[in-house]
Design a protein around this ligand. Structure first.
Ligand SMILES: Nc1ncnc2c1ncn2[C@@H]1O[C@H](COP(=O)(O)OP(=O)(O)OP(=O)(O)O)[C@@H](O)[C@H]1O
Length: 300
């Protein structure tokens, strides 16, 4: 297991930022850590990267405990914090050389060349950091995080503030890096997760409210069926269809039925119409929008 978080709790004074948070991330996964502002994402990431201590619970990174083996954790993890701390007056290559010295990177020159190429910095390596665009500054931050060949990469809101072109480039770069590195990346934008991740962990007010593969969240376990009958039907009656979670009356004789099940419920709706002498004029199984799901899970 690359990351194991077990019942982690963290307070700032009287405020609880994390409440018994648990999750695991297997090697090779790219996982999105999604939550609204103030949900606890940065706090969790700082604990995983040893910059902050939890009040309670346990965190292992590549089987090393963040409390008792911080050095080993740091040497196997790369971290791009939310406010990418760079030295603006340094040249890109100079900054990476400085980082390589701090991390005691072996064959530093070769590794710096490799990382510059990998992060698309070749044409900018001789520039001062302060002269770079935000997108290129993020590339320098990523190069810094990757220099010591970490097995796990922690990226805190890596695309915040980027323009649409830079956004696409950085996402591509992250996906490329993800082919060889386990990645946990935080964001408050669902599309970001869809663009880069296979799995998402959603946090709200310090509590994990969802942890699943995107394909499951998008799929039938959150099934919605829009149905139109030839006549008005009482919502209470429709609520009796098996496994219905919610019924919404739309315009005309249309209804939106939500189910919590993997089973295709269209035939149950047909049976219902038949049993009640109704005709179905239209019936659509909808693909649930992940954005809606995120809002539902984090609205309170
Ligand atoms: N140093 C601190 N002192 C006091 N409270 C803090 C501190 N850092 C974070 N908090 C509070 O803890 C909660 C979680 O904050 P955290 O920064 O982890 O959330 P986040 O999900 O990363 O949010 P954002 O997306 O805005 O960065 C928030 O309510 C925040 O105000």
């Amino acid at each position: 297991m690359s990351i194991e978080v077990r019942k982690v709790t963290k307070h700032y004074g009287t405020q609880k930022a994390l409440n018994q948070v648990s999750f695991t991330i297997k090697s090779g996964e790219i996982v999105g850590f999604l939550g609204p502002n103030g949900a606890g994402k940065s706090t969790m990431m700082r604990i995983i990267t040893t910059y902050l201590n939890a009040d309670d619970g346990e965190v292992l990174v590549n089987d090393h405990d963040v409390k008792t083996a911080a050095k080993q954790v740091q040497s196997s993890i790369g971290y791009l914090p939310e406010h990418n701390p760079l030295y603006p007056d340094m040249y890109v290559r100079e900054y990476l050389k400085f980082t390589a010295d701090v991390y005691k990177v072996k064959n530093a020159k070769e590794r710096i060349d490799e990382v510059i190429k990998e992060t698309g910095l070749t044409t900018h390596a001789g520039k001062k950091i302060k002269e770079l665009s935000k997108g290129y500054k993020q590339r320098v931050g990523l190069a810094h995080a990757l220099l010591h060949k970490p097995k796990v990469l922690i990226l805190d809101e890596p695309t915040t503030g980027l323009d649409p072109n830079q956004l696409v480039e950085i996402r591509e770069l992250i996906r490329k890096v993800g082919k060889t590195t386990t990645i946990l990346l935080s964001t408050h934008i669902m599309q970001e997760v869809e663009a880069m991740c296979d799995r998402v962990i959603i946090i709200n007010k310090g509590n994990i409210v969802a942890d699943d593969f995107l394909k499951n969240l998008k799929g039938d376990s959150n099934q919605e069926i829009e149905v139109e009958f030839d006549y008005r039907v009482e919502v209470e009656l429709l609520s009796e269809i098996k496994k219905v979670r919610e019924v919404k009356e739309l315009s005309g004789f249309k209804y939106l039925l939500s189910f919590y099940t993997n089973e295709d419920m269209r035939s149950a709706v047909f049976d219902f119409a038949h049993d009640n002498g109704l005709k179905i004029l239209s019936l659509n199984k909808l693909n649930r929008d992940l954005e809606t799901l995120f809002h539902e899970l984090t609205k309170n």
